[in-house]
Design a binder for this molecule. Structure first.
Ligand code: NAD
Length: 508
């Protein structure tokens, strides 16, 4: 612990009062009918950051009814793309105006560093602007080659009422990967953030009103997965569920949604490898590996929680990653220099540690870290940067998502072995390769079973570029034109425009 880079001080003050997060149903901010609330205690500062209304089926039902009515009467779905884009662009402007407020509460609820919360919330404005551009440019197809008498057009129409269920690790970013795209398509929505990080989603409601979004088009219900999320998943008036979260809950959602055959889009977990060849920018790769495992305390779907390093360079490469791990600034999320903050809940911290203990019992070796960390004045909900060797591909720690700052190292000799190890996973979210040889990069990229492959970089993303997973990392795509299309139905319109149709019934 002594040789880690720990920051205990802070430059941003704690808010004087807890934020009051309320539901937003049919354009009205409201508490639960039964008055229930839950307190969110900051993982880094131990204070009550927010008190959030705790919804029940009553609020979920009211929100779905409002979204259904708003969709069916066309108050949003039948507006022009230009009118929808105008609202979305205003929301983007308001997000930028409110970045500091959003970032502070996001930091205190999640434990992430303030600099990253600012990047997440401020950067989300770009997703809203990109979605606004799609609202204006979306179009279907025409078929003018079907003969002189027939013209066919394929229309794209909003899918209807969309349930949006989000996790705690990037609450505002993931909301913004879904909501503006659904709204751009003309859908109406019911949103449920994680019970652990409800506030930035609740804060967005005020911006939606100010931007001129009609009442009922976006409804927000706060509360637990059951009963709120489960009703949003099963309800017959909902046409689609888009969910980001754990693979276990994703499977439950698919089952429940099956009863009404609604569309389901899932963004789930990952066990994402970076493959390191000797002929690459090794310093750049070591930095990307360090970033890939400690960013958001390793609580990212895209964390590169396993690396597959060529056996000739494995010792030197791991030594360098361990050195860099000591330099990463851990500690108080309210200091601008902090790079790694607190673990989101005590239960999650215990889960991370139990993965490490089990790996050690199975024969793995800890190169650095391996224990929780107490920071003076901030408590014990931190975990040391951890790198583990002596890990075999069959160990639990090499296969399951730890969702913490714990890196495991595997080694390979040939490209075939690297590809085999990459694909030896139930997940398939993302993968990366570091190599100077473009043919090797392309061979790997084409054969890796993953929704995204990065070559000589890690975790670069853009609103234009689709994101999602294969295998048990999900189904469907988010962002980009492909993500936008998930919120659209296709309708074929076939028109006879010339002579009358030849009769089928032979005249007597
Ligand atoms: P989680 O699955 O526990 O919860 C996610 C959301 O689902 C929360 O809002 C929760 O209240 C709700 N929920 C829980 N049970 C439900 C049910 N029965 N029906 C409907 N909704 C229910 O996930 P989490 O712990 O909040 O987030 C961490 C997980 O999210 C990790 O596995 C991570 O990999 C994944 N994730 C994936 C991506 C991606 O894009 N692929 C991005 C971020 C996080």
């Amino acid at each position: 612990m002594k040789d880690l880079h720990i920051i205990s001080g802070q430059t941003v003050a704690l808010p004087k009062t807890a934020y009051q997060a309320r539901h937003f149903i049919n354009g009205v901010a409201q508490d639960s009918v039964d008055g229930r609330k839950s307190d969110r205690i900051s993982p880094s500062h131990g204070v009550v950051v927010s008190q959030a209304a705790l919804g029940s089926e009553v609020e979920a039902e009211a929100a779905i009814t409002a979204a259904r009515a708003a969709f069916d009467d066309g108050r949003w779905s039948r507006l022009s793309g230009k009118a929808r884009a105008t609202v979305l662009n205003k929301v983007a402007d308001l997000i930028e105006v409110n970045v500091e407020k959003l970032a502070l509460i996001e930091t205190l609820e999640s434990g992430k560093p303030i600099s990253q919360a600012r990047g997440e919330c401020g950067g989300a404005a770009d997703l809203w602007r990109y979605a606004a551009s799609l609202a204006r440019t979306s179009h279907g197809d025409s078929h003018n080659t079907l003969g002189a008498d027939i013209l066919a057009v394929v229309l794209k129409e909003p899918i209807g009422v969309v349930s949006i269920i989000t996790p705690w690790n990037f609450p505002f970013w993931i909301l913004s990967q879904k909501l503006p795209f659904a709204l751009a398509a003309g859908c109406t929505c019911v949103v449920k953030p994680s019970e652990v990080t409800p506030s930035t989603t609740a804060m967005l409601a005020e911006m939606l009103v100010e931007a001129g979004l009609p009442a009922g088009v976006c409804n927000i219900v706060l509360g637990y997965g059951s009963p709120v999320g489960s009703l949003m998943t099963a309800h017959a008036d909902v046409d689609m569920v888009t969910f980001t979260g754990s693979t276990a809950v994703g499977k439950l959602i698919t089952k429940r949604a099956g009863d009404t055959l609604k569309k389901v889009a899932l963004e789930l977990g990952g066990k994402n490898p970076q493959v390191i060849f000797p002929n690459c920018d090794l310093e750049g790769a070591a930095d990307a590996v360090t970033f890939g495992i400690y960013f958001n305390v390793g609580q990212c779907c895209n964390s590169s929680s396993r690396i597959i390093v060529h056996e000739d360079i494995a010792d030197a490469f791991v030594t360098r990653v361990v050195e860099l791990s000591r330099q990463v600034a851990f500690g108080n999320p309210l200091h601008p220099d902090t790079q790694v903050g607190a673990i989101v809940t005590p239960e999650h911290a215990t889960k991370i540690d139990s993965y490490v203990r089990a790996a050690v019992a199975a024969g793995a070796k800890v190169c650095i870290g391996g224990h929780s960390l107490t920071i003076p004045g901030l408590g014990d909900q931190f975990y040391q940067p951890t790198v583990m060797r002596g890990v075999t591909p069959d160990m639990v720690i090499a296969r399951e998502e730890v969702f913490g700052p714990v890196l495991v190292v595997l080694t390979f000799g040939t490209l075939e072995e690297a590809i085999q190890l990459t694909n030896d996973a139930t997940y398939g979210l993302s993968a990366g390769i570091w190599c100077d040889d473009i043919s090797t990069c392309l061979e790997f990229s084409r054969r890796a079973q993953a929704g995204t492959v990065w070559t000589n970089t890690w975790m670069d993303g853009f609103p234009e570029v689709a994101f999602g997973g294969v295998k048990q990392s999900g189904q469907g795509r988010e962002i980009g034109a492909y993500g936008f299309d998930e919120f659209l139905e296709v309708k074929s319109l076939v028109m006879r425009v010339g002579s009358t149709r030849a009769p089928w019934v032979k005249k007597a």
